[in-house]
Design a protein around this ligand. Structure first.
Ligand code: ADP
Ligand code: ZN
Length: 612
């Protein structure tokens, strides 16, 4: 085991394993088939990369996306681990070279797509020594999973052709059916199953509901201001919104770009590259921007629209904070989104499953209890305390006696004989003079104007709460009209009281007069750290500047040079010698040799300046 720890330090720069990693590795080294379920960012890769280094021969890694392979190979090579990919986009000459190296036993990890595997099964494989097969994103093999890929089903042949080579299948999708399906389709022989906790305590969870489009944008601008120079993803349902949001952000001096499946491939690739290399701070994307994103320093995720299921939501927010440092997530929830999602679900061919998933998502958004508890209970993981890192925990809602408000709303619904939707209800309460309203004679109702004292937004917020508290129900099957529940009738008739959470105004945001926030240009430049409040912050800023310059020089993503976590550790420990530098989290032998000098001298310089 000592030996494994030494390899972990030498090649990955970490001093300890995360929960489960060590046992998983032992199981694999014992040549037992293994199934690993770990959330995104949990640290799956090391589970097969370390055995690959340890075992004689080559480990085959099956991965669904070429972009993903490229990133992994680059990252391994930068840590001094001989790795390569074999795929259809490579020139024949290059492919031959890789194959040659494999046959000579000079490659420790070979990345292949499922199709690639099929074509090498009888050509290259018999001529090399294979120690292990790792199947990444293994849920792609299952119809039950949400990412089914037909090519993955061919992998069943592996166990038949090579029964003695152990297989490790890895995925971040947890449900039982998918799990069983992976095992049976891959013909795994009595595999050991590892299920890690799905908790990602470093991700903060926030839901905001019922904001208008304009308020949403304001909230987003505010959020990005608070996450200065930290990159993030904004997920939108519609392609048009990706472009519109990106344009708005750009007009505020933020570097942002849109990404969706309707864009041509070169442009998509360029956008993704720009994001990976920190040339773009914000990507506004549909879910087309997903699996290939292995960037460990995505610091935040915003859902511009409500996702269709908790699985999707969790996977998408999981792209933030993969390096273990804090990540912030913000989800906008609206009735309009819910209606669109219901239609998708109804047209999906799996109506019942998808409507049920949507209902769970809705309950999550509307809840007033710790959101992490809801998420983890959804994944069948017991979680008995409040997390302290979600909006509900941080701001337990302040409540007031809202009985009269509820009565006003319910009475208007009753007097229109349950035939109106949310907008009409608010218009009646606020005495709108809209033609549709007067034509129907609603201006003659007793409740007309009974809620004049509250703004439109306030009413909308309170009606949402009434829905959440179970006084009102939306009848989706009948043009989304509002209906009073039996529970609501009790409040209406004074047999029960209602407590509502106090409405809070969304924050405002002024357009900047100059665009000085806009970081253009990427020329090499002297490092001028900001004068921050603490030396650690100043140092961190300087280290980031250095990392960025190195990344540009080497044409690599910044996080391939060092993760954010590594820079934080440097700012914290302030290593002044090469030896101390080697003790930093994420600094293996190769990186110590390659970058130690420049980083140490920068740290010395900054500390010296600080003490002057
Ligand atoms: P996954 O594939 O499960 O989404 P990764 O394998 O990409 O996650 O790991 C996520 C991040 O965690 C990476 O930056 C990785 O270097 C880091 N990591 C993995 N194992 C450890 C460890 N034992 N100690 C510290 N960091 C680790
Ligand atoms: Zn919480």
């Amino acid at each position: 085991m000592k030996e494994l720890n030494a390899l972990l330090k030498k090649f990955f720069g970490y001093t300890s394993f995360r929960p489960d990693q060590e046992e998983i590795i032992q199981t694999i080294l014992n040549k037992q088939d293994t199934l690993v379920l770990m959330p995104t960012g949990g640290g799956k890769s090391i589970c097969y990369q370390l055995p690959a280094i340890y075992l004689p021969g080559t480990t085959i890694v099956i991965s669904p996306l070429i972009a993903l392979m490229k990133d992994q190979v680059e990252s391994l090579v930068s840590n001094g681990i001989p790795a390569a990919a074999l795929n259809s986009t490579m020139r024949e000459e290059e492919r031959q070279k890789v194959k040659q190296l494999c046959m000579q036993g000079k490659i420790k990890l070979l990345y292949l797509s499922p199709e690639g595997l099929m074509s090498e099964l009888n050509g290259l494989f018999p001529r090399m020594e294979i120690s292990l097969v790792a199947i990444d994103e293994a849920h792609c093999i299952s119809h039950w999973g949400h990412d089914f890929r037909p090519e993955y089903t061919q992998l069943s042949i592996l166990k038949k052709e090579y029964p003695s080579i152990p297989i490790v299948a890895l995925t971040a999708t947890a449900d039982k059916l998918t799990r069983q399906d992976i095992i049976s389709q891959l013909n795994l022989s009595s595999p050991r199953i590892f299920i890690s906790s799905f908790d990602r305590p470093n991700l903060s969870l926030t839901v905001r509901r019922g904001l208008t489009k304009k308020d949403k944008l304001t909230a987003i601008l505010h959020f990005i201001r608070e996450h200065k120079e930290q990159c993030g993803i904004i997920y939108c349902t519609k392609r048009d919104d990706t472009t519109a949001v990106a344009e708005t952000l750009t007009s505020y001096g933020i570097t942002a770009a849109a990404y969706h499946a309707g864009m041509n491939a070169p442009l998509r690739e360029k956008t993704q590259n720009d994001f990976t290399n920190d040339r773009i701070q914000v990507i506004c994307a549909t879910i087309a921007f997903g699996m290939g994103i292995d960037k460990s320093n995505v610091r935040w995720i915003i859902h511009y629209n409500t996702p269709g299921s908790i699985e999707n939501y969790y996977q998408e927010i999981g792209r933030a904070g993969r390096d273990g440092l804090p990540g912030d997530t913000l989800l906008f929830y609206s009735l309009a989104d819910l209606i669109v999602r219901r239609r998708f679900a109804e047209e999906s061919g799996q109506t019942n499953i998808n409507l049920e998933k949507l209902n769970s998502m809705q309950r999550y958004c509307e809840a007033d209890i710790c959101r992490r508890r809801i998420l983890l209970s959804y994944f069948s993981e017991p979680y008995e305390k409040d997390c302290g890192n979600c909006d509900v925990c941080k701001n337990p809602p302040e409540r007031f006696d809202g009985t009269v408000l509820v009565q006003k709303a319910l009475s208007a619904i009753a007097r229109t004989e349950e035939s109106i939707g949310m907008q009409m209800l608010i218009d009646i309460l606020r005495a709108s003079g809209r033609a549709e309203l007067t034509v129907k004679g609603y201006h003659l109702l007793k409740t007309y104007g009974a809620g004049r004292d509250l703004s439109y937004k306030m009413w909308r917020e309170y009606i949402y709460q009434m829905i959440q508290l179970g006084y009102i129900e939306i009848d989706y099957s009948s043009s989304n009209i509002l209906r009073i529940t039996p529970f609501g009738r009790k409040v209406l008739y004074g047999q029960s009281t209602a407590r509502l959470a106090i409405y809070k105004e969304p924050e405002r945001m002024e357009k900047p007069s100059s665009k000085k926030d806009n970081k253009g240009g990427f020329k090499a430049r002297p490092i001028r750290p900001v004068e921050a409040a603490t030396i650690e912050e100043t140092l961190l800023d300087a280290l980031k500047q250095l990392r960025k310059q190195l990344a540009e020089k080497e044409k690599k993503a910044a996080y391939i040079i060092f993760s954010d976590a590594a820079l934080h550790d440097m700012a914290d420990k302030k290593p002044l010698t090469l030896e101390n530098f080697g003790e930093i989290k994420g600094v293996g032998q190769i990186k110590q040799e390659k970058y130690g000098k420049v980083f140490v001298s920068l740290i010395r310089f900054i500390l010296k300046k600080d003490s002057e």
